[in-house]
Design a protein around this ligand. Structure first.
Ligand code: ZN
Length: 83
């Protein structure tokens, strides 16, 4: 998927330019997580293109959901306190 490649390239470039480790997030896992309620299930992906949460009914394009979750996971890791 061209969109994913571009997004991850930008994410990696930002991480490297900030002198940080590349933020590695599995896009297959993030694309199964509901950005609204956090429910994780492969059933949330009735088709390759569609996200439909089995818990709260939130629906969106699967790429949008994946991008949101990758961004959120990356920000959470950046904001986490480091030892
Ligand atoms: Zn949900």
């Amino acid at each position: 998927d061209a969109g994913w490649g571009v997004f991850l390239t930008i994410l990696h470039a930002k991480a490297e330019s900030a002198g940080r480790e590349v933020i590695a997030v599995d896009p297959r896992n993030t694309s199964r997580t509901c950005p609204e309620c956090g429910h994780v299930s492969k059933e949330n992906r009735p088709t390759q293109e569609t996200f439909l949460c089995q818990s709260c009914g939130h629906t969106a394009h699967a790429d949008t959901v994946g991008a949101l979750n990758v961004l959120r996971a990356g920000l959470a890791r950046r904001n986490a306190p480091t030892a």
